[in-house]
Design a protein around this ligand. Sequence first.
Ligand SMILES: Cc1cc2nc3c(=O)[nH]c(=O)nc-3n(C[C@H](O)[C@H](O)[C@H](O)COP(=O)(O)OP(=O)(O)OC[C@H]3O[C@@H](n4cnc5c(N)ncnc54)[C@H](O)[C@@H]3O)c2cc1C
Length: 483
Amino acid sequence: MPTLTSPLQNNKPRIGIIGGGIAGSTIAIKLSALGLKVSLLEQGPSLVNGPPICHLHAGGNLYREIDDEQCLTLLRQSIATLKLYKDSADYRPTVIAIPKRDPGEIDQLLPRLEKLRKEYAALVDQDSSNQVLGKPMDYYTLYHRQDVERLAKLAPVNTPTHCDEWLIPVAKSLDLDKLKFPLVLVQEYGLSVFRLAASATLALDNCKSCNVHTDTQVIDISRSDSVWQVTAKQNGEPLDFSFDYLINACGYQSGSIDDLIGQHSQRLVEFKAAYVTHWHNDTQIWPEVIIYGERGTPNGMAQLTPYPGGYFQIHGMTQDITLFDQGLVKNCDDSAQPKLAPRFLNKLNRAWPQALIEQRTDSAIAFVSEFLPDFSSATLGGKPLFGAQQIPGQDPDLRAADICFSQANYARCEIVKASSAIDAAHAIVNQLIRINLLDASAIKNVNSKQLGLNEQAIETLAIKLAQQRNYPIELATRLTCDN
Ligand SMILES: Cc1cc2nc3c(=O)[nH]c(=O)nc-3n(C[C@H](O)[C@H](O)[C@H](O)COP(=O)(O)OP(=O)(O)OC[C@H]3O[C@@H](n4cnc5c(N)ncnc54)[C@H](O)[C@@H]3O)c2cc1C
């Protein structure tokens, strides 16, 4: 990879980040904490306003198809995410079940779960502040049919603290005859995209060396004398910036920035959606529930994500729920940007037709009800959470990815899961040191305490963002027994 010699001696380099999703915002937090001069340019009205984020993949256990190395990476990255964005998580476990119709067996999952448990224990031994997923010995727990039947007879607990207590509402509702045993309860938690957005916004408000420009769309980029000249449109008016180092964190639109600078690259883009439902019958505090299945078939995975106040979000990995016919596209030789069909761009940029929202949400409720029969009384709870997601390269199963340095003083960040944003930021810091734009002595760790954030302020802003984006405020509030 070519590097430019820094023309800067005493002056701080000007870092431009295009895209204020979780990747761009996290990189901005990390770089401005090191005293670098950062400008974050986001075309939308607020930060972290892209595709949904609801699950912290602390071990990648939703994905049977990925290799152990990616799972271990996701585990390490999720621990770092909880340390930075502590108040954005919902601290509830995930229950995983294999249906009888599925060819898989729990025995096939156990070696990997054990590897993850050992890795978590080693990370906690290295640094006790890594213990953010409970005790390592409790990373996962197995429940045989007789255990589940025993728990089904117990009264639900308002403030579950033990794994058994978390399982009670699920044990009472699951159709056990449709499942293989044991079930797995694993310490993969929830993430609220609204509290992530609020945390990033408040953290950057506190950073003197970062300027956040929302409603600012980058439309042209050129390079002169090793300096990036970036033209943006802000409220219809052109605005020019000069940067010494440029970071492309444009999510599924990263390819359009590559096109502006004449950089060819390969990527996939996938349009997906999750559905917001309300289940009047249930005000208990739930874990997340995963029913495994083969992605893209009518028996794809079902994911039921709990929020306060009886709200549940559903992913169903079938073509008529979360996935879409031709929703996964790759780029062509003449452009780095994959082209989604107009029907997806209309959904991304305008509203969904109401009939489609109702049809897909009903399908999602019916899909979950097959295993949780009482859930059939759930109703539409809000508009879908949706978006397009980038996957660098050509492998649609890639889940742990972060950064690519393909030109001098240019980084393209392409994360697939939110937790990879911190590794992307660290890789950029190391690169800035390598090319003499940052002194290694400036390095320091930033955790949630140093961001100076307050749990209540995060929740208040998160609720405001949920209202602005027309979602129920329960999606922004903490999942606690008080809700
Ligand atoms: C249905 C669905 C469910 C998901 N669930 C999860 C989950 O549970 N857990 C998880 O970890 N991940 C999940 N993901 C993936 C996750 O949403 C993405 O990995 C993550 O949002 C990517 O963050 P990002 O910052 O790279 O991109 P984005 O969030 O897309 O941010 C890119 C930003 O760049 C801005 N931008 C683009 N072009 C320009 C321009 N020219 N000028 C200025 N700004 C520009 C955009 O407005 C946007 O705000 C899900 C994705 C989908 C689609």
